[in-house]
Design a protein around this ligand. Structure first.
Ligand SMILES: Nc1ncnc2c1ncn2[C@@H]1O[C@H](COP(=O)(O)OP(=O)(O)O)[C@@H](O)[C@H]1O
Ligand SMILES: [Mg+2]
Length: 234
């Protein structure tokens, strides 16, 4: 079976070819670790291959996202952004109410409903949900959140798209989303002698072998690149 290329130089080799199609993967890391850039780069890779992309923005308004991504020279006009933030300035795709984060009826269930509507005339091969953390707070109990998240992931996989879900990681605790997704990639920001080093590790990859080492990563004006022949600590 073919793999889905990540678009991140050096990463497909670590994944023994890339992501397995029609599955969902977790991109976890602390703030500023590069999750949003990683996911946009993944969608832009799809655009290169004529695969439609959908970005579900739960964290920042679409106009800010466009601004942030401009420095990489990416034409993100070609990606559909499902904008769940209050964003009065844009003429972009917006969710029909109840669609806004903060709206009492906004949750994973209503999000699936909205996605079903969208899929009627737009079938993306690549989907990004950024981030799950902002949705998890809606649930009072861990078991409720887990049930809804599982249903959400099952729905995504039934659409035929390969999905990346970002998750805010503040400590080394294992989160439920790590169990529910097919694979987990962690983005690290490491303090080393007063210097901050970006790194990436693959934590889990169902159905495939993968590189078990943590590898250095660089964010430049070209995007994210992984150095899969180097180690973080020499
Ligand atoms: N043009 C750029 N060149 C180099 N580094 C950049 C550039 N743009 C952003 N960054 C780095 O990327 C980080 C933000 O990445 P982002 O994907 O938004 O993080 P996250 O979504 O994990 O919070 C910034 O803190 C900065 O270090
Ligand atoms: Mg982000």
């Amino acid at each position: 079976m073919g793999r889905v290329s990540s678009g991140v130089e050096g990463l497909d080799e670590m994944l023994y070819g890339g992501f397995i199609p029609e599955r969902s993967y977790l991109i976890a890391g602390g703030p500023g670790a590069g999750k949003t850039i990683f996911c946009m780069q993944y969608l832009m890779e799809g655009i290169q291959k004529n695969e439609k992309g959908l970005y579900i923005a739960l964290e920042e308004p679409a106009h800010e996202l466009r601004q942030d991504m401009q420095s990489f020279g990416w034409d993100i006009q070609r990606i559909k952004i499902l904008n769940t933030m209050q964003d009065i300035t844009s003429g972009m795709w917006s969710l029909k109410a109840p669609g806004q984060v903060g709206h009492p009826e906004f949750n994973l269930k209503t999000l699936v409903k909205t996605l079903r509507d969208i899929m009627g005339n737009y079938q993306p091969k690549r989907i990004v949900l950024d981030s799950l953390t902002s949705l998890k707070v809606l649930y009072g109990s861990e078991s409720h959140a887990r049930r809804e998240l599982l249903a959400f992931i099952n729905y995504l996989e039934s659409t035929g798209a390969t999905t990346l879900i970002t998750s805010e990681l503040l400590d080394e605790k294992t989160t439920m989303e790590e169990f529910l997704t097919s694979g987990v990639i962690k983005l690290h920001l490491i303090e080393n002698e007063g210097e901050r080093i970006n790194a990436l590790s693959v934590q889990k990859m169902r159905g495939s072998n993968f590189d078990k080492h943590m590898r250095p990563l660089k964010i430049t004006e070209k995007g994210i690149r992984v150095f899969n022949n180097e180690s973080v600590f020499s």
